[in-house]
Structures are given as structure tokens and as C-alpha cells.
Design a protein around this ligand. Structure first.
Ligand code: ZN
Length: 412
């Protein structure tokens, strides 16, 4: 299909001083063909820019026929790229790609493809353990460390498998007579599984790495649940306002009593009809619309029913926070809330590693409170700098000082 012209052909010819004559059919013929020089032999269709010269065609000349970019290229003796830009504008046409196609390109999707059969059977869910503060301490700490309260964790109906590595988990399930699902379950070792439950029916699992070592970080079960399900639907459906987030991390951040995750960038028909069945009268979109026409489409879909739709800008995620231990978070909370009068800490209260040091710096930078910066300087007995500004020697100094203060520091 011909691309839409950016220029008006008559104007362009006028600008170049090329004379032409109007024809009865609305098209034009040039007073002189730039190729053969003959008059009224080169005709141009002004709506599409397609042209041809009878004489040049017969003589295999340069101006035989073509689209208008070819005419401009020949006439100005420039590259195809430049000619195309003049005639059609910069080539930034958005190509259509389906959501599933994009997902196919991600490592997660390739992994899912590899283990398709295993992940399909979400009935293995019943063999997983309900996430418990005491038995699954590192998973629970991971969630706490990301600012998720015990109460919220309990509401989310999370599950996990008893071991954080594949081999131990597989062995455990095999020994317990769950041979059929041992492999599927073992794939979820080291992950917290967030169930996608709609009207009490389990549609799928979104399983997130809590060890910091697994790839992909998020593993989804098979099936169409991302098209027909919304994560956290049952918890949020009775709220008078509803926040639509891309993933469950954002949804938790926005509050699980009123947020759902669409588990992607596109809202599907099934999901839309679920949203319309909630009690919400106000919709907040906490979605990142950098691609496609998804945003306008979503507004269009929702605006018929909801007069109040808002777009929420989510705060950026600081990736380094990922490695902060619960102990450090508690320590930071103390410092940032200034609950400890003079910030004197007992040695075992300050167990930090290098990642945590970096995170402390980032957090304090975000906090932007000079008083706190000063306290940190005192605490670490060194100058506060922006992350990344420390030399190896300075880092060693920080570690030495922290050790003097009784901190145990690991360099892994
Ligand atoms: Zn000609």
C-alpha cells in the first residue's frame, strides 16, 4: 500500500520551478520531462504521487515511472532515505505486534515454552505450602523488605514450595508421593507464588523469585489467565475505586484492598468485563503507556461507563533496594523516623553488607534530609557521597569503620 504523502506535489513542483499543466481528471503533466525533455509526456497522479513518462518508458530512461520519492531522488540526486523523508516524512510508522508476540520474545516466555506442559497443570497448587512467617522466613523477609506488611501478605493467599532450590524440592515431593507434579513444583522452588483468583477460582500463578538468583525473576503458569484474569480481583472488587496496575508489585504498592494487576500492558476484553463487574465508580490507571495506542484505547473502553478515570504516575523502582535485608530496613526506619534519639546502635543491630550500604546511600539521597546525611556520616565515619562515587579504597575504609562498630560485613 502506498504511504501517505507528507508534501503537496503541486507545491513541491512550484518550489522547484517545475512547470506543469492541469488535466481534466485532476492529475498533471509536466511541461518538460527531466529525462527526455519532452512536453506533457510525464504524468503525475497528484493524490498518490505515482508518475510515468511514455517516452522515457519506451526508451528505458531514468524517468520511466515510479512513486514520487523516486522522482525526487532522481531530480535532486539524493539518497533514497532523504527522498523518502521529503515525500513521506520520517519513517516511524508503528508496526503492529500482538501482546503474545512481545511476550514470546522475553526470557520468561521462552522458559515457559520450555516447561509448557509442567506449568499448565496449576492443580499442583494444592501441594504448595501456604506462605507462613515462621516456616518460610526468607520468602517472608523478602516481602517485608519490599515494604509489604504481614497483614497484606496474609490477604494475598500466597504459596511456596518447601525448598528454595530445584533438586531439594523435587526430591521432597517425590518422596512424599507427589511424583506427577514434582517437576512442576520444583520449578517454583525459590519463588513466591501469587495466585490469580477470580471469583474464588484459581486461574493461574505468578511466581516471583525471592532468592535474587533465579532467572527469569517472574514465572507465570500456562493458560489464558492473563487474558481473562486480574490479579487480586477478589480482594479489590468491592472497593468504590479501582487502581489498574501492570504487575502485582505495583498493585501491592497501591494497596491490595483496591488494586488489581492486568499482568501486562494490554487490557483484554475478558479483563474489561471483569472490571465492569466490580463496585468501582472511579478508575485509576497506574499503567506505563510508552508503547502503542493502548492508552487511548483503554480510555475509550472505560470512558463509556466511568466518568472519572485518572492516570497515576508510579514512583520509579530502585533496583538496588532489592538486596536490602530486613535488618537494614528496620535500621533505616529507625534512622529515617528518628525514633532513636542519638542513633546509637548496638553492634548486632547493624549487620549490613555492601549492597545495603549502597541502598542506604540511595535512600538517604532520596530522603534529601541534610540532618540524616550528617548522621550517616557520623555513623560510617566517612564523607557522604552519591552512589557510585566511592573508590575501592574508600569502600574498604567504610567497611573497616563499620567493622570497628561491630557490623558484620559480607563481600559477596
Ligand atoms: Zn521523459
Amino acid at each position: 500500500m502506498a504511504r501517505e504523502l507528507k508534501i503537496n506535489i503541486r507545491d513541491w513542483l512550484d518550489d522547484q520551478g517545475i512547470g506543469y499543466r492541469e488535466k481534466a481528471d485532476g492529475n498533471i503533466t509536466l511541461d518538460s520531462c527531466p529525462g527526455c525533455g519532452k512536453s506533457q509526456k510525464l504524468g503525475i497522479m497528484t493524490d498518490t504521487g505515482v508518475w510515468s513518462c511514455f517516452v522515457c518508458k519506451a526508451e528505458n530512461g531514468e524517468y520511466d515511472s515510479g512513486n514520487f520519492a523516486k522522482f525526487v531522488k532522481n531530480y535532486l540526486d539524493i539518497s533514497w532515505k532523504k527522498a523518502n523523508e521529503i515525500v513521506y516524512g520520517k519513517y516511524n510508522e508503528v508496526k503492529k505486534i500482538s501482546f503474545d508476540e512481545i511476550m514470546d520474545e522475553s526470557p520468561e516466555e521462552r522458559y515457559r515454552e520450555q516447561y509448557k506442559e509442567e506449568l499448565k497443570k496449576v492443580e499442583y497448587w494444592k501441594y504448595m505450602e501456604v506462605l507462613n512467617k515462621n516456616s518460610h522466613k526468607s520468602a517472608w523477609d523478602y516481602l517485608n523488605g519490599r515494604g509489604i506488611s504481614d497483614e497484606d501478605i496474609e490477604k494475598m493467599n500466597l504459596r511456596t514450595v518447601p525448598f528454595d532450590n530445584y533438586l531439594d524440592a523435587k526430591k521432597y515431593y517425590e518422596e512424599n508421593g507427589i511424583k506427577d507434579y514434582a517437576h512442576s513444583l520444583a520449578l517454583l522452588a525459590g519463588r513466591i507464588s501469587f495466585p490469580v483468583i477470580v471469583n474464588k477460582k484459581l486461574l493461574g500463578l505468578v511466581s516471583r523469585d525471592y532468592t535474587g538468583k533465579l532467572n527469569p525473576k517472574v514465572l507465570n503458569s500456562e493458560g489464558p489467565f492473563r487474558k481473562v484474569g486480574l490479579w487480586n480481583y477478589d480482594n479489590a472488587k468491592d472497593s468504590d475505586s479501582l487502581i489498574l496496575c501492570e504487575g502485582n508489585t505495583d498493585a501491592i504498592k497501591c494497596g491490595i484492598d483496591r488494586s488489581v494487576a492486568i499482568l501486562g500492558k494490554v487490557l483484554n476484553k475478558g479483563q474489561l468485563s471483569l472490571i465492569k463487574k466490580t463496585k468501582a465508580t472511579k478508575i485509576y490507571l497506574a499503567l506505563d503507556f510508552d508503547v502503542f495506542k493502548a492508552k487511548n484505547e483503554l480510555y475509550r473502553q472505560l470512558s463509556a461507563k466511568y466518568p472519572d478515570i485518572y492516570h497515576v504516575d508510579m514512583p520509579p523502582i530502585y533496583k538496588l533496594n532489592f538486596k536490602i535485608s530486613k535488618k537494614t530496613i528496620d535500621f533505616l526506619k529507625k534512622v529515617l523516623n528518628k525514633k532513636e534519639e542519638d542513633f546509637v546502635l548496638k553492634p548486632d543491630e547493624l549487620k549490613i553488607d555492601l549492597f545495603d550500604l549502597d541502598n542506604i546511600k540511595i535512600l538517604l539521597k532520596r530522603e534529601g534530609d541534610p540532618e540524616i546525611k550528617e548522621e550517616l556520616q557520623n555513623l560510617l565515619k566517612c564523607d557522604y557521597k552519591d552512589p557510585g562515587d566511592y573508590s575501592k579504597k574508600e569502600m574498604e575504609e567504610i567497611i573497616a569503620n563499620a567493622k570497628k562498630m561491630g557490623a558484620s560485613i559480607s563481600l559477596d
